[in-house]
Design a protein around this ligand. Structure first.
Ligand code: ATP
Ligand code: MG
Length: 472
C-alpha cells in the first residue's frame, strides 16, 4: 500500500499533512482509498479518546466491576446474606490493613501467602489482608466477643489482596465471603457449615462438589508427619525445588503441590486419615454421619491439605472442573488452637471462605451474564422547557414516594427519550407536553404491553398506580 497518511503526535494532537494526504488520495487505487478511510477513522477515534499513551490503566490483577456485572454480584450477595440469616449469622466489618505480624503468626511463615503473596508496606510493618480469618480472630479477641456470646457465628464480605500471577479466576484483588463460628468443637458444627455452603451453591445455581478430609491434631499429626517425611525422603530427588524446601519446613504441603510430577510421586504416600488418633477419628466419623443425616453429598479427598498452617481436624473444599486450574470455589476448616495462639481465650473455631469472582465466573459461563433488569420504574419524558421543569419537580416528588425514576436533562426529542427509557428498562414512561400540562393529565405508557392510561399529573396518584401495577 502506498503512503496515504502521516500521523504526527505532539501533545496528544494528531496532525495530517493535507497536501501529502491529498496527493496520496488522488493517486491511490480504490482499495487503498478504503484503507485510507479506515486509518483516518482509527486515528480520529484515538484522538477523541485522548491518545493511547496518556491513559492510566488499572493495575495488573486489579479489576473494575462494571455496572453490567453488578447485577450478578448483587444476586450472589443477596443469596449469600439470605442463607446466612437463616443460619443465624451476624455480619462483622473489618479493616483492610492489619499488622503484618498478625498474618505471619496465624497463617504461618512457611505458607505461599506469607512467603510470597502479601502486599506489605515494609517500612510500616502493615499488610493488606490476604484473607479474613486472621483479622476476624484479632477483632474477636480485641473486643472480648466470647464474653457476649459463648458461640459466635460471624461473617464478613470484602476484598482480599494477594500478589499472585493473574489468570482466569485468579486476581490480585479479589473478594471473599468469609464465615467463622467460634466456641464449638463438636463435629456437628462442621457438618452444619458444609450443609450451609452446599445450600448457598444450590440457591445461587452452580454445580460444585464437596471434598472433605481430616488433618488430625497436635497429638496425632507429629507421628504421621514422621511417616510422611520418611516417604518423601525416599523420593526427594524426584520432587520440584519448592517441595524439596517444603519437606524441611512443612512436609504436609508437599501433598498439596499442583505439579504433575510431584502429584505422581505422592500418590502412594501415607494419608493422614489413616493415622488419626481416636478422638480425631471419632470426630471425622461424626462429621460424615451428620453430612449424611442432612443429605449433603461429599467425597473424602485424603490428600487435600489446606495451604494454611492453622488447620486441625476437618478441612473441606467445594470444587468445580469448570474453571480450569482454579478449581476451588470455597475452602475452609477447623482451627481449634488459633485464638489461643493469638493471645485470646481457649476457644475452638471453624470457618470457610468463598471466592466471589469464581462464583460470578461460573454464573457467567452458564450464560447468565446479562439479565435484563429494570433499572427504573418510570421514565418521565418532557417535551419543551416548561414540561421539562415540571418533570424535574414531579420526578423528585415520585422519588420521595419510593419510585425509581429518571428523566432526560438535555432537551432531547421524544424518540430519543423513548430510547433512553428503553435502555434503562423502564417499566413505564410518562409523556408530558404543553397540552398535558394544561389539562394536568398525561398518558402513562406500560412499556411491556404498550397500553397507555391517562393519569392525573400528581405525584401521589402516579406512584400509587405504578406501585399497584408492580404488585400484579
Ligand atoms: P487456590 O488454591 O486457588 O490458590 P487458596 O487455597 O489459596 O486457593 P483460600 O486461601 O482457601 O484459597 O481462599 C478461599 C477461596 O478464595 C478460594 O477457594 C478461591 O475461591 C478464592 N481465592 C483465593 N485466592 C484467589 C485469587 N487470587 N483470586 C480469586 N479468588 C481467589
Ligand atoms: Mg492460593
Amino acid at each position: 500500500m502506498k503512503l496515504v497518511l502521516i500521523k504526527y503526535h505532539y501533545n496528544r494532537e494528531i496532525h495530517f499533512y493535507p497536501t501529502l494526504a491529498e496527493e496520496a488520495w488522488n493517486t491511490a487505487a480504490a482499495l487503498d482509498k478504503i484503507h485510507f478511510l479506515q486509518l483516518s477513522y482509527m486515528f480520529f477515534y484515538q484522538y477523541m479518546r485522548g491518545g493511547n499513551d496518556l491513559r492510566i490503566k488499572a493495575l495488573n490483577g486489579f479489576k473494575d466491576i462494571l455496572p453490567e456485572d453488578i447485577v450478578l454480584w448483587r444476586r450472589v450477595e443477596t443469596v449469600l446474606r439470605d442463607v446466612l440469616e437463616r443460619f443465624h449469622f451476624s455480619e462483622i466489618r473489618l479493616p483492610i490493613l492489619e499488622k503484618t505480624d498478625l498474618f505471619a503468626r496465624s497463617i504461618g511463615t512457611d505458607t505461599d501467602i506469607v512467603e510470597k503473596e502479601m502486599y506489605t508496606f515494609i517500612d510500616k510493618q502493615v499488610t493488606m489482608r490476604p484473607e479474613a480469618t486472621a483479622s476476624l480472630m484479632r477483632a474477636y479477641i480485641e473486643h472480648n466477643l466470647h464474653v457476649a456470646k459463648p458461640v459466635q457465628r460471624l461473617f464478613t464480605i470484602g476484598p482480599m489482596f494477594r500478589h499472585e500471577r493473574p489468570q482466569k479466576g485468579r486476581l490480585r484483588q479479589f473478594h471473599q465471603m468469609d464465615v467463622e463460628v467460634l466456641g464449638s468443637a463438636g463435629p456437628r458444627l462442621d457438618a452444619e457449615l458444609m450443609a450451609m455452603g452446599s445450600l448457598m451453591f444450590s440457591e445461587i445455581g452452580v454445580d460444585v462438589s464437596l471434598e472433605i478430609n481430616s488433618l488430625g491434631c497436635p497429638e496425632c499429626r507429629p507421628s504421621y508427619r514422621k511417616l510422611l517425611l520418611e516417604f518423601i525422603d525416599q523420593r526427594l530427588e524426584l520432587l520440584c525445588d519448592d517441595c524439596k524446601r517444603r519437606s524441611k519446613t512443612n512436609p504436609l504441603r508437599v501433598l498439596d503441590c499442583k505439579k504433575p510430577g510431584c502429584r505422581e510421586q505422592v500418590s502412594e504416600a501415607p494419608s493422614v486419615i489413616e493415622h488419626l488418633c481416636e478422638t480425631c477419628s471419632d470426630h471425622f466419623s461424626g462429621v460424615r454421619e451428620d453430612l449424611k443425616r442432612l443429605d449433603v453429598a461429599f467425597s473424602v479427598n485424603k490428600f487435600m491439605v489446606r495451604g494454611l498452617d492453622y488447620y486441625v481436624r476437618t478441612t473441606f473444599e467445594f470444587v468445580t472442573d469448570e474453571l480450569g486450574a482454579q478449581s476451588a470455589v470455597c475452602a475452609g476448616g477447623r482451627y481449634d488452637g488459633l485464638i489461643e495462639m493469638l493471645g485470646g481465650p481457649k476457644v475452638p473455631g471453624i470457618g470457610f471462605a468463598m471466592g466471589l469472582e469464581r462464583l460470578v465466573l461460573l454464573l457467567k459461563q452458564k450464560g447468565q451474564a446479562r439479565d435484563t433488569v429494570s433499572e427504573i420504574d418510570l421514565f418521565l419524558a418532557g417535551l419543551g422547557k416548561t414540561a421539562s421543569d415540571h418533570c424535574f419537580e414531579l420526578m423528585h416528588a415520585l422519588r420521595l414516594d419510593g419510585i425509581k425514576a429518571d428523566m432526560d436533562f438535555e432537551a432531547k426529542s421524544l424518540k430519543s427519550q423513548m430510547k433512553q427509557a428503553d435502555r434503562a428498562g423502564a417499566g413505564y414512561v410518562l409523556i408530558i407536553g404543553d397540552q398535558e400540562l394544561e389539562n394536568m393529565q398525561a398518558p402513562l405508557r406500560n412499556m411491556a404491553t404498550g397500553v397507555q392510561t391517562d393519569l392525573k399529573l400528581e405525584a401521589k396518584s402516579i406512584s400509587r398506580t405504578i406501585q399497584e401495577q408492580n404488585l400484579h
